[in-house]
Design a protein around this ligand. Structure first.
Ligand SMILES: Nc1ccn([C@@H]2O[C@H](COP(=O)(O)OP(=O)(O)OP(=O)(O)O)[C@@H](O)[C@H]2O)c(=O)n1
Ligand SMILES: C[C@](O)(CO)[C@H](O)COP(=O)(O)O
Length: 245
């Protein structure tokens, strides 16, 4: 690893409208813990990370009740209107702690099944990269473009199509500038990479795992439970194949 510093930002200030639960989805229970606790506990296993900034909705009343909120490596920062605003708040908080070439790893609170080996893989692949990159997977279905009436217009060439996941890791200076610019121009960016792409850079795509799902809709919860159980079983040896669904 180079001599750069590594910090993480975990955006966790969303309301979970697509989940439709009574509480924001990051506080829903999964195998006896909140989704947010699963995600943070996993990231805390990475010794390279100096700290984790968690962006929390300013009106949130649940964060303080989690024991993990008092962890010395975890810092709470207010989230913003959109995911990109939350990440930008986290980056601004880090202004006095990081240099331009230091690394910031952004990971959704809503992706608790991320594989630590994949994150280490991202660290390794990006070690000498000047910009940064993300985990993702190639699309595995035939992809259609439809019109407004749901008529299929064409079949899209999927050879060049990948689904973006998190973590997404970038040099601090580039990501800060990219998200500041996107905010200034009102550009909608749903992930860090798109803000960086808009500056003309080419972030690296690093292949991750399909089971790094983002819990978005109700049916994703039992799926995440199965994935976590399968990961635990393969660690304890009771699932010799170590296969996830
Ligand atoms: N203003 C926002 C919006 C989202 N997020 C976080 O960004 C991650 C990915 O966003 P998404 O899955 O879209 O979460 P929500 O915005 O909560 O969901 P929805 O779009 O269904 O409302 C989540 O961990 C979410 O908490 C955030 O920190 N600040
Ligand atoms: C960052 C992300 O998880 C990559 O897939 C995604 O873009 C989050 O935003 P969305 O609002 O759920 O599309």
């Amino acid at each position: 690893m180079d001599s750069a510093n590594y910090w993480a930002i975990v955006p966790a200030a969303g309301i979970g409208s697509r989940m439709g639960a009574e509480i924001p989805k990051q506080y829903l229970q999964l195998n006896g813990k909140t989704i947010l606790e699963h995600t943070l506990e996993r990231l805390l296993e990475l010794p390279l990370l100096e700290g984790i900034v968690v962006t929390i909705n300013p009106f949130d009343e649940q964060w303080d009740s989690l024991a993990i909120a008092a962890h010395p490596k975890i810092i709470r920062v207010d989230g913003g209107q959109e995911r990109s605003d939350s990440v930008l708040n986290g980056l601004r908080y880090l202004q006095d702690k990081l240099d331009k070439l230091d690394w910031v790893l952004v990971h959704d609170a809503a992706r608790p099944c991320v594989d630590l080996d994949n994150i280490e893989g991202l660290f390794n692949e990006l070690e000498d990269h000047l910009v940064g990159g993300i985990l993702g997977v190639p699309v595995s279905d035939t992809i259609k473009r439809i019109n407004r009436e749901y008529g299929i217009e064409t079949t899209v060439d999927r050879q060049v199509l990948w689904q973006a996941q998190t973590p997404q890791m970038f040099r601090y200076g580039i990501l800060l500038e990219a998200l500041e610019r996107a905010a200034k121009h009102g550009s909608a960016v749903t992930d860090e990479a798109s803000a960086v792409e808009q500056m003309g850079y080419y972030p690296l795509m690093v292949e991750g795992r399909r089971d790094n799902i983002k819990i978005t809709r109700p049916e994703d919860l039992p799926m995440a439970e199965l994935i976590l159980n399968s990961q635990n079983n393969s660690q304890t040896g009771s699932d010799p194949a170590g296969q996830t669904p």
